[in-house]
Design a binder for this molecule. Structure first.
Ligand SMILES: [Fe+2]
Length: 240
C-alpha cells in the first residue's frame, strides 16, 4: 500500500493511497499533544483505519468530510459505531449526506481544533453543493475539488460549474508553498504544491468564467481529454 507522511510542529499528516474500488486517498491528522486523530473522508476500509490509529496509541475523535459522494463516506457509519467519532461536514452538504449519524455543520472560515492543531474550513462548492476543503498550516486537503493538474467533475446532483469557477478563484489565494492533497491520485505525480497547480492546473489557470464553463462542459462531453500533466494558457486556449 502506498503511503506518505508529513510531520509538522503540532501534527502529523499521514495519507494512504489507492484505497477501495475508486482508489481513494485517505488522510489522517494525528495531533501530537492530545494523541487524538481525525480522519478525512473515510471509505472502504473501516477496520484497517481504526487499527492503524490504535496501533499508534492515538484515539480517533473526528471524521471530517469534504463532500457526500459514496466513495468518500461509505465507512463513516461503521467507524462511528465502533469509535464514537464525531462527524463534521459543510453546512450546504448536509442534505446530500447518506449517513445515519448526526453531523456537525461547518461553514466558510470556521476553525476546527484537534488538540493543539487548528484547521480552517474553506467552502469550495461546485463538484458538490456544499463541498469543503480543510487547510492545516502548509497542507490543503481538497477532496475532489482539485486533483494534481485536474479536478473533480460537475455531473452529480448538487454540482454547479459556475460555483466551481468561483471556488477555483478562492483557491488561487492560498499560498504557493501549501501542499495539495487530493481525494484521488489521478495525476502524473502525487506530490505537488498550490504554486505548481496555479501554474499548470487548467481549472486554476483559466481566468474567465466563460472559458471555465466551456472547458468543463466540453470535457464532460468528451470533447477535451482529461489532463494529467501541466497545461499553460496557450495550450488551454487551443483546446477551447
Ligand atoms: Fe467526488
Amino acid at each position: 500500500m502506498l503511503e506518505k507522511k508529513y510531520t509538522e510542529k503540532t501534527f502529523t499528516l499521514e495519507i494512504l493511497y489507492h484505497i477501495g474500488d475508486y482508489e481513494n486517498s485517505i488522510h489522517f491528522v494525528f495531533d501530537h499533544a492530545s494523541k487524538t486523530c481525525a480522519i478525512v473522508d473515510p471509505a472502504w476500509e473501516a477496520d484497517l483505519f481504526i487499527q492503524r490509529i490504535n496501533d499508534k496509541g492515538y484515539k480517533l475523535t473526528d471524521i471530517w468530510l469534504t463532500h457526500w459522494h459514496y466513495d468518500h463516506t461509505n465507512a463513516v457509519d461503521e467507524i462511528v459505531e465502533k469509535t464514537g467519532a464525531k462527524i463534521t461536514a459543510g453546512i450546504n452538504e448536509i442534505s446530500y449526506l447518506q449517513i445515519e449519524h448526526e453531523v456537525q455543520k461547518v461553514n466558510n472560515n470556521d476553525m476546527l481544533h484537534l488538540g493543539k492543531t487548528s484547521i480552517k474550513v474553506i467552502n469550495t462548492p461546485g463538484h458538490t453543493k456544499g463541498g469543503v476543503c480543510y487547510l492545516l498550516d502548509r497542507h490543503l486537503i481538497a477532496g475532489d475539488t482539485l486533483f494534481v493538474y485536474g479536478a473533480g467533475n460537475c455531473s452529480l446532483p448538487g454540482a454547479n460549474v459556475v460555483e466551481f469557477y468561483h471556488s477555483m478563484q478562492k483557491l488561487k489565494q492560498i499560498n504557493d508553498d501549501v501542499m495539495l492533497h487530493c481525494g484521488h491520485d489521478y495525476g502524473s505525480k502525487i506530490e505537488t504544491t498550490m504554486g505548481k497547480q496555479k501554474q499548470g492546473n487548467a481549472w486554476l489557470v483559466i481566468d474567465t468564467q466563460d472559458d471555465f464553463v466551456k472547458f468543463v462542459n466540453d470535457m464532460s462531453q468528451g470533447l477535451i481529454t482529461y489532463p494529467t500533466d501541466p497545461l499553460n494558457k496557450t495550450e488551454i486556449q487551443a483546446m477551447l
